[in-house]
Design a binder for this molecule. Structure first.
Ligand code: GLU
Length: 478
């Protein structure tokens, strides 16, 4: 039987989720889904002073919104003390970890001395060979202590990173590092490896800023007598300027993208492509296609490039694939804020129709009120530029009067019939289509932009169209 694939996302709740973190979560999720495995959520809240529950909540809400549902968890490291204690007990019994009674002050002073002698600073192994009776005596004296791992003095630590290839470090360069701090809390590498081991994680997929931690975590696995997982370290995400992400180039939190009106599916699609590609460079994926196609072998070694224009483009595509009714539901928060919608439970058909006409024109949901507002207002706001360009022109008075009369008599106000009426009028009068269409558009909507003229008229309806042309004739046409 093949082993179940188990991945995890292990955020520290010390801030909101940023794009790089979300991409890590997505890759872990997709990889687990692809292999019908498990995706585990572990909150790494061992740093009590910097961890906040509001961040954990926001992280989970963001993951849910993106549709990255975890199959196990959330597990909180702050509640897993027994796991770490058990592991330390085992390591200590087997002589693989020991108590270190050196205070931070002593360590710093000795580090400085070593440096002045031209030796590397860092832990000098002072407590490594303490006998158990010495250790017991110091403990009885009430001296605080940390637990350190006994690292090998020679040999190589090697792993075959799925993305970066073989990575080898000289074990001698890794000093006996702290597993449990003197306050009793586990250090990051220890909690992480002990948990990965306890949770039977098979693939650790994370940012390459963690690559230097991996040899230490491998040593912990080795000491625990467990087989380590495979590691895949993801290249960082850069802006289009090739630099680290800044606020301007996309270093916003997941919430900010949500508030800007990006659709979860579009964001998933975009994030998946931040460092991963299919062999045919596919750009747009159907809902379940990503989890079928994603594979770590498609993750490149160069940084993912965060291109805001591309995100807008992808989002626009997803918007166009969404039905107007669903779009109205998704855009409800923005429509409410703009006063266009009164209640999210009761979305008028007019709004859905307006969205059907205009949904080609926006890239984010936050643009919806501006794009459809003019269609829904009762009083037309005439754009002065449109008035001078389209209405204050010779001949407009006759054209608008004719069209007003024609429309008044039109029973069938469908876009198809309206088109026939306009085409035959243009032909009869031997006029360019634009000469007729442009002033009518401005007369009924006050704007130069908007949906096709016949769709626009059909949407506004006969009575209002006739009335508005009358108003424009009176107010603006000289
Ligand atoms: N808590 C670590 C972080 O947020 C996770 C490291 C890991 O995935 O092993 O960077």
């Amino acid at each position: 039987m093949s082993t179940e694939i188990r991945t995890r996302f292990a955020p520290s709740p010390t801030g909101f989720l940023h794009i790089g973190g979300v991409r890590t979560a997505l890759y872990n999720y997709l990889f687990a889904e692809k292999h019908k495995g498990k995706f585990i959520l572990r909150i790494e809240d061992t740093d009590r002073s910097r961890s906040e529950s509001r961040y954990s909540r926001a992280i989970m809400e963001g993951l849910r919104w993106l549709g990255l549902d975890w199959s196990e968890g959330p597990f909180y490291q702050s509640e897993r003390g027994q796991i770490y204690e058990k592991a330390i007990r085992k390591l200590s019994e087997e002589g693989k970890a020991y108590r270190c009674f050196c205070s931070p002050k002593e360590l710093a002073a000795r580090g400085r001395e070593a440096e002045s002698r031209g030796e590397p600073p860092g832990y000098d192994g002072r407590c490594r060979e303490l006998s158990s009776s010495e250790s017991g005596r110091l403990e009885k004296e009430g001296r605080g202590y940390a637990w350190r791992i006994r690292t090998p003095e020679s040999g190589a630590i090697s792993f075959d990173d799925i993305i970066k290839g073989n990575i080898t470090v000289d074990a001698a360069t890794i000093q006996d590092f702290v597993l449990v701090k003197s306050d009793g809390g586990p250090a990051y590498n220890f909690a992480c490896a002990a948990d990965d081991s306890d949770m039977r994680i098979t693939h650790v997929i994370r940012g390459d800023d963690h690559i230097s931690n991996t040899p230490k975590q491998l040593l912990i696995y080795r000491a625990l007598g467990e087989n380590p997982p495979r590691y895949a370290h993801l290249p960082q995400v850069h802006g289009t300027d090739g630099k680290r992400l800044s606020k301007r180039t996309g270093a916003a939190s997941l919430d900010e993208f949500r508030e800007e009106g990006y659709l979860p599916g579009a964001l998933r699609n975009f994030l998946a492509l931040l460092g991963w590609s299919t062999s045919d460079a596919q750009q747009i994926f159907a809902p379940d296609e990503l989890k079928e196609k994603f594979d770590l072998s498609g993750v490149g070694r160069s940084p993912g490039v965060f291109d805001m224009e591309k995100l807008r483009w992808i989002n626009g595509k997803y918007i166009r694939e969404t039905s107007p009714a669903e779009l109205a539901r998704l855009a409800a928060p923005w429509l409410l804020r703009a006063g266009i919608l009164k209640s999210p439970e009761d979305i008028p058909e007019r709004i859905i129709e307006a969205l059907a006409l205009e949904k080609e024109k926006f890239s984010t949901l936050s643009e919806v009120p501006e794009k459809i507002g003019f269609l829904l207002r009762d009083d037309v706001a005439y754009d002065p530029k449109a008035v001078s360009k389209r209405l204050e022109k010779d001949g407009v008075i006759d054209i608008l009067t004719d069209i007003q009369n024609l429309l008044r008599e039109t029973e069938d106000f469908s876009r198809e019939n309206l088109e026939d009426i306009f085409r035959s009028y243009v032909e009869k009068k031997q006029l360019g289509a634009g000469k007729v269409f442009h002033p009518v558009r401005v007369a009924v909507s006050g704007q130069m932009k908007g949906p096709g003229l016949f769709e626009l008229l059909e949407f506004i309806g006969r009575d209002k169209s006739v009335e508005r042309i009358g108003y424009a004739l009176k107010e603006y046409v000289k």
